[in-house]
Design a protein around this ligand. Sequence first.
Ligand code: AQP
Length: 331
Amino acid sequence: MDDKKIIFSGIQPTGCITLGNYLGALKNWVNLQKDYNCIFSVVDLHSITVRQDPTELRKRCMSFLMQYLACGIDGEENIVYFQSHVSAHAELSWILNCYTYMGELSRMTQFKDKSSKHADNINAGLFTYPVLMAADILLYQTDLVPVGIDQKQHLELCCDIAKRFNGVYGDVFKIPQGYIPKEGARVMSLQDPTSKMSKSDPNVNGFISILDDADTIRRKFKRAVTDSDGEIAYREGKDGINNLLSIYSAITNQTIDESVNEFAGLGYGVFKERVAEAVIEELRPVREKYDELSKNKDYIKQIYTEGAKRANYLASKTLRKIHRKLGYVDR
Ligand code: AQP
């Protein structure tokens, strides 16, 4: 690798990639890829904190990787791979578990949310999920992690673990920084704009999949929950409208104020249509590219095989260093 800084990020293959994932993470991956050495993983180890159907999971993993490429990620310039193909993730995760406190993990809001959603399966993996995420990032001596704001707490924990480890063993890990977009950092559900747009939402009207067709997108925005005061303004208490304004601003790269001015005096119906059209146009090339890639499975295999090879090389370099620091006998 040259001396460009390193980016690592990933999405776990659960549900389907949403407009939230796209605006919070993927769009920035695409924008940043020219200036950084990028490592983008389909983090499939993370996904089994919830029970998965094996056939479905295999299909979804492939589909997620193709969606990364369809969004504009260059799979040849960057490292694009499946997390389970690089065993160093799980190995480092174990090591870091021994440098992470139960109290820290108990404070993670995502753990609290997910354990209440999956009360019948609160497994240890759900609890230690942020440690695996820290391992993902630290393995590659990552400089920058482009994520949505929901991952800020996990990222802070990652830095705490790295600093703790460095405090004992010297400068082993680079301390990463988050890259959180100004607009689109937290896209909310279209059906309940007080909670985040989630890719496993059982109510399909709550999220836009980046592969939804134009009619589906139009229909979902038409049904989006707003309010009854009829004013297109961004302020507290107008969660539905705020969310639509944020989505529109993130897509058009303009400020919220500019978006508010653009829609001044218009009704909610027209506003929703215009937001829908902006989303449709943004996602149109993604859908088209995805269809094209679906016909080229050999190329996809080449991307993830080569990706895992390069990721393995970098990850084992870090892992060797850690083994030496910990006092393990050389192989
Ligand atoms: N609503 C969102 N707005 C902005 N960014 C978001 N991200 C997720 N949701 C939003 C960002 O997408 C990346 C991948 O996140 P993930 O793999 O943890 O998936 P998720 O979508 O956060 O998962 P869910 O919705 O909670 O679904 P399940 O229940 O399947 O796990 C991250 O960078 C995240 O910040």
